[in-house]
Ligand binder design. Structure first.
Ligand SMILES: [Zn+2]
Length: 41
C-alpha cells in the first residue's frame, strides 16, 4: 500500500497521522501537524 502525503508539508502517513479534507472541491490529505495552521488560516 502506498503512503499518502500531506499536501502542505509533504509528510507521509508513515511519520504522522493524515486526515482527508476538501479544499476548493478537491480532496486533499493534511497531517495533524498542519491542521492547526489550516484552522487558524
Ligand atoms: Zn503537513
Amino acid at each position: 500500500m502506498e503512503y499518502g502525503k500531506c499536501y502542505l508539508c509533504g509528510n507521509s502517513s508513515e511519520e504522522v497521522a493524515l486526515l482527508v479534507c476538501e479544499v476548493k472541491g478537491e480532496e486533499k490529505k493534511v497531517c495533524v501537524r498542519c491542521l492547526p495552521m489550516l484552522i487558524h488560516g
